[in-house]
Design a protein around this ligand. Structure first.
Ligand SMILES: [Zn+2]
Ligand SMILES: [Zn+2]
Length: 82
């Protein structure tokens, strides 16, 4: 099982290690919360669940704002579907 963050794509050796360090791309703001486990499987291509944008890594996908974000236009980053 691959342990990585849903918000930023950071990899960790354990869930505890992942969720005990602040996430630079947390939805509430940089480092205003912890990394969150991505519960999907590792994929060759990740797809944004809001707009359908694809990228090879969660890190790249979540690096830009989503025009179809539920909070409003560009009010949050792309988010990988499971
Ligand atoms: Zn993160
Ligand atoms: Zn998107």
């Amino acid at each position: 099982m691959t342990i990585q963050c849903e918000y930023c794509g950071k990899y960790a050796g354990s869930i505890r290690a992942l969720t005990s360090t602040p996430c630079i791309r947390h939805p509430l703001g940089p480092s205003r919360g912890y990394h969150k486990l991505y519960e999907g499987s590792e994929k060759a291509v990740y797809t944004c669940k809001y707009c359908g944008k694809t990228d090879k890594t969660i890190s790249n996908l979540t690096n830009s704002k989503c025009s179809k974000h539920p909070n409003g236009f560009a009010k949050g980053n792309h988010a990988p579907s499971l």
